[in-house]
Design a protein around this ligand. Sequence first.
Ligand SMILES: [Fe+2]
Length: 371
Amino acid sequence: MKEIIFRPELYEFESCADFAREFQLGEGDLILTNAFLFEDYFKGLDLPVSTLFQERYGAGEPTDLMVDAILEDAAKTGCKRIIAVGGGTIIDIAKVMAVSSGETVDDLYAKAAALQKKRGLVIVPTTCGTGSEMTNISIINRTRIGTKMGLVSEAMFADQAVLIPALLTGLPFPVFATSSIDALVHAVESSLSPKATPYTRLFGYKAIEMILRGYQRLTKEGPDALVPLLRDFLIASNYAGLAFGTAGCAAVHALSYPLGGKYHVPHGESNYAMFTGVLKAYQSIRRDGALQELNAYLSKLLGCEEAKVYDALETLLNHILPKKPLHAYGVTEADLPEFARSVMETQGRLMGNNFVPLDEAQVLHIYQSLY
Ligand SMILES: [Fe+2]
């Protein structure tokens, strides 16, 4: 059994200037980022690097068309190393850039098993959610064939992941809220997964503690307390990335994809919409083992009886991001059986990591309970 995958070397710097110096950013490097991040953090450093700004190629999650256009422009720069500075979209695109030397997205999927690293890859996350700097998967919307698919390869791990908490200081509160809840879900799902190990649980449980303690402080002191907590949230999201990079995510993510796909709900928010519903469903089927251990841990952190942990968790999370029923996103009752079928048909990779197996009727029941 694989205990833990720890591939990228991990660094932390106080400033982008320290990072640029230590990593000798310069010719041959291409920084993929957003214009506002570059303006605020890198422009003043006057580095002889190439730059591409992701938003010039389209908004939202990465599509094949967006990535192909970026690959073409990246090739023109002759870059040898990709420096990804951004959130989930930028990180996913950069992982693909690292394995392409002229191939398009379709070419890369066709030979996914044989991909090789063509350029160095350094990932600097600027949200506290995906933990994707530690993993080797990119999710690309393949508009040409009409489906969202993960591209996974050993060659897509970053060489180095770099944490710079100062980059998060301008994070809008709603982005902080959805991305940190995503990290919490990564930590919980990976800790309940049959692929969890003592090593993944070490990181997963610590991430849960750091995130919930941070939320408790924000609830008590208000959103102004966020800036000094950002480093903790960034580290917690990285821990959760390490945990789910080995042990995987499960039903919360699987059930959130149809909602996110059809009604364009941000990833962290659609996960939150499913989170306690899935935990309650697990508990109604089986409450021993990893779930019992998790509930005991949550009850200590939340200061409540074990029987009430999910309600207490929801009360706390509601201070950060108010939970909405599915119908508030525009979901109709007729969507629910379709969502359940799509989960069973397309999310097998995630559903294999569930704490207890869930069939289509149980998945439908979860959706109905959240409707
Ligand atoms: Fe996620």
